[in-house]
Ligand binder design. Structure first.
Ligand SMILES: [Zn+2]
Length: 288
């Protein structure tokens, strides 16, 4: 049995683990994507895309292990596409060059540096947009969305030959429609939600909720540029997401306390849409 947690979120599966400050790594097989690499997820080793939120080691540290795994798998012949805050790519490349020397095997990555609001196409109808986050080091969140071509509302109901006639006249009958699928926001102040309202409309919102009570209060959370549940609650009313996954909990909290607090404070607002990324069994132990 996998030691990682697995959440079924509609058509998507979220596998991974996240413990604030220690490790965060997720794999969404349906999107062929990894989000952060604080752990090397074996089942995600052949994924095409890795979205790195920032370069703190609890989100980055297992990149060499992941690339080592890929080297063992012949089907992973294309370099991993690594999306990261612009400016990190040079330093990361230097680190990988050094490690390649030690490993006697090239650790190759196809860097895709991004700045807030940049958009890149991942595959036919799947795109990513970089979201602004607020952390003491360069950081980004990500929104994966489908961009599909749709007939403009005024032409709906027309027959095929009528549409063709319009097209022949050079009239633009279709337009692009974006459908936000998954938003990933971690290691940020809650202001990230104000700056990225589309995250509140994504089918899935994966968001950090590092602290949950006065063991570490709002001030402490803000000082570290993290989200405290007190500051997340006012946003919960505005969340139109089908699934809201909370993760990146601090180990100052026990899993059983996290369940209790979230059920008391957020379940009344979010209902069954609320999902918690916690270890499988309620043994009150973290993953590793
Ligand atoms: Zn973190």
């Amino acid at each position: 049995m996998s030691a990682l947690s697995e959440l079924k979120l509609g058509a998507y599966t979220l596998r991974g683990a996240s413990l604030g400050g220690l490790y965060t790594a997720f794999h969404v097989p349906e999107l062929d994507s990894l989000f952060d690499v604080g752990l090397a997820i074996r089942g995600g080793a052949t994924a095409s895309h890795l979205f790195l939120s920032h370069a703190h080691l609890d989100h980055l540290g297992a990149l060499p292990s992941l690339l080592g795994m890929r080297g063992m798998i012949s089907s992973a012949d294309k370099p991993l596409k690594l999306y990261c805050p612009k400016g990190l790519e040079e330093q990361l490349q230097k680190v990988l060059d050094e490690l390649s020397g030690l490993h006697h095997w090239p650790l190759k990555v196809d860097f895709k540096p991004m700045e807030k609001d940049d958009e890149l196409q991942l595959r036919q109808d799947l795109w990513v947009k970089a979201l602004q986050t607020f952390h003491p080091v360069p950081s980004l969140g990500y929104l994966l969305f489908n961009r599909v071509s749709k007939l403009r509302p005024e032409y709906q109901g027309l027959k095929g030959n009528e549409i063709k006639a319009l097209k022949d006249q050079g009239i633009e009958v279709s337009h692009w429609v974006d459908r936000p699928k998954l938003a990933y926001l971690t290691d940020t102040l809650p202001e990230a939600l104000k700056h990225n309202p589309e995250a509140l409309k994504a089918e899935i919102l994966i968001i950090e909720c590092t602290f949950l009570n006065d063991r570490k209060g709002v001030e402490v959370a803000r000082a570290g540029c993290h989200i405290h549940i007190e500051e997340l609650i006012p946003w919960a009313e505005k969340m139109d997401n089908k699934h809201v996954v909370l993760m990146h909990f601090s180990q100052v909290h026990r899993p059983s306390d996290i369940v209790k607090i979230c059920e008391e404070r957020l379940k009344p607002i979010l209902g069954e849409r609320l999902k918690l990324c916690l270890p499988h069994h309620s043994t009150d132990h973290w993953w590793i």
